[in-house]
Every structure is written in C-alpha cells, then in structure tokens.
Design a protein around this ligand. Sequence first.
Ligand code: CUA
Length: 155
Amino acid sequence: RLEKIWLTFGMAMLAVFLLILGLSAFTMGMDTPNSGHDHSVHAAKLSETPPFDHPAITQIGDREYEAVMTAWAFGYSPDQDQLVVPAGSTVHFSVTSSDVVHGFEIPGTNVNMMVLPGEVNHVSHKFDEPGEYLILCNEYCGIGHQAMFTKLIVT
Ligand code: CUA
C-alpha cells in the first residue's frame, strides 16, 4: 500500500510540475518586445507572422534589397538559390530564428550578428564584388551546426 501512496504522490508532483511548466511557457509567450529592436515575433507563431510567414528577398529600390530571413536548425529560409542580387546592391537583412539562438555571419564582410527566437535583428551590407557569399551560423546550435549555411549570389 505504501507503493500506491508514493505512486500517487509521484503522479501529483508530475502534474504540478507540468502545470508550472505550462504556465511559465504561457507567461513567456506574453513577453513584450525588447527595447532596441523595432518589433518582436513569437517564435511559435513565426509561420503565421508576416513577413516571416514568407521569407524572401525583395527589391525595394535601385540596387537595394530587403532580405527577410528565418534561421532554423539547421539552415536558413529562403533557400540559397533564391538569394541572388546584382553587384553593387545593398541588402538589408532582417533575420529571426524559429527555434534556438543561431548566428548570421558573412565572412569577408561586416555582417556578423546573433539571431534570436522572438526578436528580429537587422544588418545591411553593400555587395560590390560579384561572387558567392557564404552565410554561416557561428553560434553552436546543435548537431547540425557545422552544416548550417546558405549562400548569397552576387551577379
Ligand atoms: Cu545555427 Cu549553429
């Protein structure tokens, strides 16, 4: 009979634990945007939050592009074959994460920032030289970290 009591006790503790976990997840989801960033997005609802529901690169002016991107384990959206701009273009990157903390670095440029779930980080760069620019994750994010990259093609 003692086992039964302990089992019940264990189940009760588990229930309480799950309840606390659920509540804290709920409160965290209610968090307000950080100052210093123009807006925040809830990672869980990212696929429904414009513009991150359709990550894309868009021309916004003469040799000026906006790249709305999502980092995820283990890659970036949009896909690398879509990231193409003509030489001399300035690209304004807006990047968020759909899961954990990632990096966003383009070696050989000033582009190097962290990408955080629930926040949108921005960086701009003018790509004068044609070529393939590697976009790398430089924050350890799990087993696929080494393979996490995409490319920007400057024609
Ligand atoms: Cu993403 Cu490392």
